[in-house]
Write a protein that binds this ligand. Structure first.
Ligand SMILES: Cc1cc2nc3c(=O)[nH]c(=O)nc-3n(C[C@H](O)[C@H](O)[C@H](O)COP(=O)(O)OP(=O)(O)OC[C@H]3O[C@@H](n4cnc5c(N)ncnc54)[C@H](O)[C@@H]3O)c2cc1C
Length: 370
């Protein structure tokens, strides 16, 4: 019999919604809240790598992702004029639009009996040895066996319970992202490289759509004037004459189409619990996106948390098992992602071979059993 019967999950993002579903499958009573009043309807794309797809397959959720997204297993490199330089094998992955993925995960969780309350957050919590007393922002109060902080890289619960030592820090790059109709050549993970060491990346997110990103170095986090992002991204991508990039850029006519974000990272040392509050996903480990793995790690966390609760008879044993099984793997991904990020900042051209080797090696590592 599970020692943990009633769980509050704070945050219904990739990690929280997956955890809600995985915990319902082992019979846990799940209440999930999210501060945002609505489920996401806009957003960029995300690449679910082989390990994420394996975890989703185990949950029975890979198929809807593949139906809605785009399966690919190649890695193509082009020059900035759009000439194909090389095609290599890539781990079997699924590109998908983020709102679609969110819809699949949340519907699965609700279908399995999880209660998801939107527009709600935690006002106060008392984290006791055998449970957590929570007061919500709407004044309601409840007690849970476990609170899962899945509230992302800027996690408020982490700050309250673990202190501020692990507050996110800027990794020296920012990312510009926008969605576009998918040109035929974007049927894989594609990188367009300039001779000066700049790279634009893209991958399909459905049969009809793709997602384009550009990483920019800066010592301090960049601040973008409101309403200007569409002009600024065009300026930055001037040297790309590849039709796939040019045509996509022409459709970016409003700053709201561009998602700009400084890359903030964190890795909380194990264990990831204090009494009955536990961290999951970006709240515990937010890598830079260079390994396209943060979401996959959050999904794996959810699977391992449910397995740990199902395999143990005390809450202490379950929470220890969860951190023990997750920490090294997440650290490996955070370290590799940050190394790739640094390689680009230090000498993007000179480090290309090194980065390719590290990427390949870490993909192989991700293929190991959980
Ligand atoms: C540019 C970029 C590209 C990326 N590309 C990929 C990729 O291709 N593949 C991949 O696997 N990963 C990728 N990632 C990483 C991935 O997006 C994250 O790792 C993933 O979203 C983490 O999921 P999460 O559920 O932990 O957090 P989030 O997805 O951030 O969800 C947190 C949720 O908590 C809610 N919340 C926040 N605060 C509160 C609060 N106080 N109370 C209640 N709710 C709250 C939020 O509204 C949100 O819904 C990328 C990241 C970036 C920045």
């Amino acid at each position: 019999m599970n020692a943990i019967k009633r769980v509050l999950i704070v945050g219904s993002g990739i990690g929280g919604a997956t955890a809600a579903f995985a915990l319902r499958r082992i019979g846990v009573d799940v209440h999930c809240i999210d501060i945002k009043p609505e489920a996401p309807i806009t957003g960029s794309g995300i690449c679910m790598l082989h390990n994420a797809m394996r975890a989703l397959t185990g949950l029975g959720l890979a198929e809807p992702c593949l139906d809605s997204g785009y399966r690919f297993d190649k890695f193509r490199q082009f020059n900035s004029a759009g000439e194909l330089l090389v095609t290599n094998p890539a781990p079997p992955s699924c590109g998908i639009r983020r709102p679609e993925l969110a819809g699949i995960l949340e519907s699965a969780a609700e279908g399995a009996g999880a209660v998801i309350d939107r527009g709600l957050t935690v006002e106060n919590l008392v984290n006791r040895e055998d449970g957590v007393d929570v007061r919500f922002s709407d004044g309601r109060e409840a007690t849970y066996d476990l609170v899962v902080a899945a509230d992302g890289v800027y996690s408020k619960i982490r700050g309250q319970v673990f202190g501020t030592d692990c507050s996110p820090r800027f990794a020296g790059q920012s990312v510009w992202r926008f969605n576009a109709p998918r040109p035929a050549e974007i049927d894989a993970f594609c990188l367009y490289r300039t001779p000066t060491g700049h790279t634009v990346g893209s991958f399909p997110t459905s049969q009809e759509s793709c997602y384009i990103f550009y990483l920019e170095n800066s010592k301090e986090p960049l601040r973008i004037p409101e309403g200007e992002a569409h002009h600024l991204i065009r300026e930055r991508l001037m040297e790309y004459t590849a039709p796939a990039i040019r045509d996509s850029l022409e459709r970016v006519t409003d700053a709201k189409q561009v998602i700009f974000r400084p890359l903030d990272i964190t890795l909380v040392p194990a264990p990831w619990h204090r009494n009955r509050v536990i961290l999951l996903g970006d709240a515990a480990h937010a890598p830079t996106p260079h390994m396209t793995s943060g979401g996959g790690m959050a999904i794996e966390d959810a699977v391992v948390l449910a397995e740990s609760i199902a395999a143990t008879t005390t809450a202490k044993a379950a929470l220890e098992m969860y951190s023990n099984r997750r920490f090294e793997r997440c650290k490996t991904i955070c370290d590799a992602s940050l190394q790739l990020c640094r390689n680009e900042q230090e000498d993007a051209l000179g480090n290309r071979e090194r980065s390719a080797r590290l990427l390949l090696q870490t993909y192989q590592y991700l293929g190991r059993p959980l």
